[in-house]
Write a protein that binds this ligand. Structure first.
Ligand code: GLN
Length: 540
């Protein structure tokens, strides 16, 4: 039977629960155990797919087509395990399921209530498809004390009772602030947060204390005494210089050791921290750098392009370079400013996006990168914009556009109403916005002797999608006659998956999101190649 580790957070949000869970997953895996990580989100959206990145950061997409919380990206990048639809649930999804069952009369006339119906559904989710796992790590979103988190906390309390206390470990992550005025580290917020947790019936077994500075022994003792955990289970996590250091620092603090001790099991293998040590050293010591411009609507918000930022860093790691991200807000980018704004960059990246706002700036930047032979990578919306730019300026279709921006006669990018998946015909809809796109992993076939064929070293690839519109295949010949090759297509040859330019050192657009599959320990080939091209460009 799987052992369960529940990770809750206290005092403030954004303490790094995701990173802590992901690091612990890596450490347990490295010790020879099979691990699964899950996230329970307390908001009422059914999934984060319809939320603006300003609200909740990036929407991460899994192979099996779920639109999930960005923490699942952390999990994948650190543990190497591909997350599934069943690894992220929200209050909205739970209520949706419960209400559907109620309408179907499945509760046999009973009054449907938070306890037991909602909590039972949460427990089902926690316990679903984990027969072969040694550990299931469940991160509870939000902060203890929030009204919204209560059903989740109640559910994990019940769950622990049912499967036995010795099979469930509760980790509570809190903030231990440093007060400059009194030059002191304060433990009171942690005490209050644990008190809150205990009032719900959950006694944490391990407390991870996030702090700016090392927590002195006296303060640790205080936390141990007031929060009712042994001193060895008060684990500090002092801000790391790079996130790749996190598994090393948690291991140093003996987090994985304490977890195994709690469950009374031994390590099967010696933990291997070498890959993280290597990456940390590289990231911290690399002197050379390249500037990459990211032009998008949400660049102001750090987490809006989380996987993309990570994938670019990974591309830098494989080229022994630091990647400086020059974030340019597309709304504010006037076509006349492009030359000045892109003066010092060695690569231009247009990420995924939705809606017309800011597109003219993006198109002008693509035009500049194409003409000046600056390496260019267009992702999803970025590829669609590259196609529009090319249609306008090389094919002379002056009003070329996407039907996403309204009806037009010159939609080189159009709404896709049908596509096939695993031999089945899928249909799009323009009624519901959530969960109705072409989502998840799809195969693409690459053309021989193309740039992407060489980069992937394979002619058959699988990449993750999240879009509603497609480049219109009927324009293929016109584009190819002018030098834009459709170098990747869906297996039925109907959907353009990749475009590239013949007479440009590195100009590639992809309809999918390669950033979701890049990992620090195995950087995505497209990003490694893009950064390599940027490096060459910067030496010119
Ligand atoms: N808005 C575009 C579409 O729906 C692109 C989406 C994206 O970049 N993820 O097709």
């Amino acid at each position: 039977m799987a052992r369960y580790i529940f990770v809750t957070g206290g005092v403030v949000s954004s303490l790094g629960k995701g990173l802590s869970s992901a690091s612990l997953a890596y450490l347990l895996q490295s010790r020879g155990y099979k691990v699964r990580i899950r996230k329970l989100d307390p908001y009422l959206n059914v999934d984060p797919g319809t939320m603006s990145p300003f609200q909740h950061g990036e929407v991460f997409v899994t192979d099996d087509g779920a639109e999930t919380d960005l923490d699942l990206g952390h999990y994948e990048r650190f543990s190497g395990i591909s997350a599934k639809k069943s690894d992220n649930i929200t209050t909205g999804k739970i209520y949706n399921d419960v209400l559907k069952r109620e309408r179907q009369g499945k509760y046999l006339g009973k009054t449907v209530q938070v306890i037991p119906h909602v909590t039972n559904r949460i427990k089902e989710f926690i316990n679903n498809e984990v027969e072969t796992e040694d550990f299931v790590i469940c991160e509870i979103g939000g902060t203890v004390g929030d009204i919204e988190s209560l059903p989740f906390l109640e559910a994990i309390r019940q769950f622990s009772n049912e499967i036995g206390r010795k099979n469930t470990l509760f980790i509570h992550l809190t903030l231990v602030p440093y007060m400059k005025a009194s030059d002191e580290i304060k433990t009171k917020p942690t005490q209050h947060s644990v008190k809150e947790l205990r009032s719900i019936g959950i006694q944490p077994d391990i407390i991870i204390c996030r702090s700016e500075r090392t927590i002195p022994l006296d303060q640790r003792k205080k936390i141990s005494l007031f929060c009712n955990v042994t001193i060895e289970d008060v684990i500090e996590t002092v801000d790391v210089k790079t996130i790749y250091e996190a598994p090393i620092s948690f291991n140093k603090e003996k987090l994985d050791e304490r977890v195994l001790r709690f469950f009374k099991i031994k390590s099967k293998k010696k933990v291997n921290l070498n890959p993280w040590k290597k990456i940390t050293k590289l990231v911290l010591n690399t002197k050379n750098s390249v500037n990459i411009a990211i032009i998008g609507k949400y660049v102001e918000l750090k987490d809006a392009y989380k996987s993309l930022d990570e994938a670019l860093t990974h591309g830098g790691i494989s080229n022994n370079l630091k990647v400086n991200l020059i974030r340019i807000e597309s709304d504010k980018l006037k076509p006349s400013d492009v030359k000045v704004k892109l003066r010092n960059v060695s690569g231009v990246l247009i990420p995924g996006g939705f809606g017309k706002r800011g597109t003219e700036g993006k198109i002008a930047a693509i035009n500049f990168a194409r003409k000046n032979k600056i390496p260019f990578l267009g992702i999803c919306f970025g590829m669609q914009m590259a196609v529009i730019e090319f249609a306008r300026n090389k094919l002379n279709i002056k009003d070329a556009t996407s039907s996403e921006f309204g009806p037009s006669k010159a939609s080189v990018v159009g709404l896709m109403s049908e596509w096939t998946k695993d031999g089945k015909l899928m249909k799009g809809t323009d009624k519901d916005l959530g969960g109705t796109m072409r989502l998840g992993s799809y195969e693409a076939r690459l053309k021989k002797d193309t740039k992407v064929g060489k980069i992937y070293k394979s002619l058959k690839i699988n990449e993750r999608h999240r879009h509603r519109y497609e480049v219109n295949i009927n324009y293929k010949k016109d584009f190819e006659d002018k030098g834009m090759i459709f170098s990747g297509l869906s297996p039925d040859n109907k959907l353009p998956e990749i475009i590239e330019l013949k007479d440009h050192p590195w100009f590639i657009g992809v309809q999918f999101h390669p950033e979701f599959k890049s990992r620090p320990l195995s950087p995505h080939p497209l990003f490694s190649s893009f950064i390599q091209a940027a490096k060459l460009y910067s030496k010119k």
